[in-house]
Write a protein that binds this ligand. Sequence first.
Ligand code: SF4
Length: 282
Amino acid sequence: MPLPPDLRLTQSSLQDYTDCKRRFQLRYLDRLVWPALESEPALIHERYMHLGAQFHQLVQQHQLGLPVERLTRLVTDLDLTRWWENYLAHAPANLPAKRLTETVLTASLTGSRILAKYDLLAVAPGRAVIVDWKTSQPGAKRPRRDTLLNRLQTRVYRYLLVAAGAHLNGGTPFQPEQVEMIYWFAEHPDQPYHFPYTSAQYRADHEYLSTLIAEIAGEYNRQTLGPLSFPLTPDEKRCAYCPYRSLCDRGTRAGDLDDWDTDLDEPTALDFTLEQIAEIEF
Ligand code: SF4
């Protein structure tokens, strides 16, 4: 039996599956909203999530051409002011001229839809740069380079731009070597990560993502005769920051925001809502 037709596979849902199959089930198959906190202290966590969303909106409007002075007048919070000034001084330079924000690309893979929403795509004939803006609380470490390189976001974003982005290149698919992904950090503005792409990595990503989706479908099929019961992660460190921990009997107290391991997990609250976005069909 195929996966449910309304299940859209994104970097977030695929990352959840690889981190914890039960979390994938609860979040994307059962669609269970569980009100536990991801981290303590709650108000600080919530504040940085809110500021991160505001920062993304500001940058989006700037990339679409709104004047800096007008946007700066909207910035009053001290942390947001610092991020905004960091962005104005250190945003990635020499990007292709055409800017697309909050763009969605989607393609079919192994019978399922896989989908990505990009913070910024900068494109020109024969060149495409993906920029992802990362915000965090002051003092938080940058994730390690190899951690980000191997995260589903990096693999899915670069792969989909080649597989489903021909309409952004005059009808010809971008070659992997024409694609680059940049992670820019509001708290570490002069230390972005640049990840170029290659044909060999594109083929590896195709194989990896196809296998992963087939595995998810296999797991789903094994269980459709009874109530879904995907396995819990054996790595209990992940549970401290997971909103389902009391449901899984993996503790009741949220992990501390100061101890958040950026190499292990990312906050999820900034993930987008699929119902809110228009798809660009492949
Ligand atoms: S609490 Fe732990 S086992 Fe349960 S869904 Fe979250 S990460 Fe998985």
